[in-house]
Write a protein that binds this ligand. Sequence first.
Ligand code: ITT
Length: 187
Amino acid sequence: MYFVSSNDNKFKEIKEMLYEYSSTRLLIEHKKMKLKEIQSSSLVEVAKVKANDAFDVLREKVMVEDDGLFIESLNDFPGIYSSFVYDTIGNIGILDLLKNKKSRRATFKSVIAFYDGKKFKVFNGQVKGLISENMVEGGWGFDPIFIPENMSVPFGQMDLKSKNKYSHRNLALKKFYSWYEEYNEKS
Ligand code: ITT
């Protein structure tokens, strides 16, 4: 199966998680590709179109992922625009937007979509947390500013194993994996 994404970090985490699940049956290869990202109000819709697009090109089982950081006091911004916002104003821009806000609550969401030309499935994972006051060194994307619930440091200061333990990605991947084991046996 191909994991199709332009983002090497996502694949690195997914590979490590599958290893942790002792998965010898699921061999995933990274296909580095930027897929079509439609304008939509839902991560699920974006992920579905990505999966369709990936399958159209590769004609093999594909798995894709779409993520978003939803900040409560910014009415869920950047949410579905997370990628664009990260590339434009970045983490510093987000910290600036939160300067006078009382709440720093946020949710990191992951949607994993699978498509093999017959079966379409999506899996959600989310983790609540806080946006830190300052940016830390380490990690990638929003890792330097997102502190998962009940933790005292942002993802950026955690090693791969610890981040994976609490991440939105792991929650979605676990659901995918338990479904896939059964699906794969039947087909
Ligand atoms: P794709 O090619 O898979 O779409 P992408 O990097 O464009 O890769 P998304 O649109 O799914 O990924 O992600 C939206 C943004 O959220 C993007 O800027 C990512 O860097 C960031 N992001 C996603 N997961 C993250 C994580 O676990 N830690 C930090 N930032 C993350």
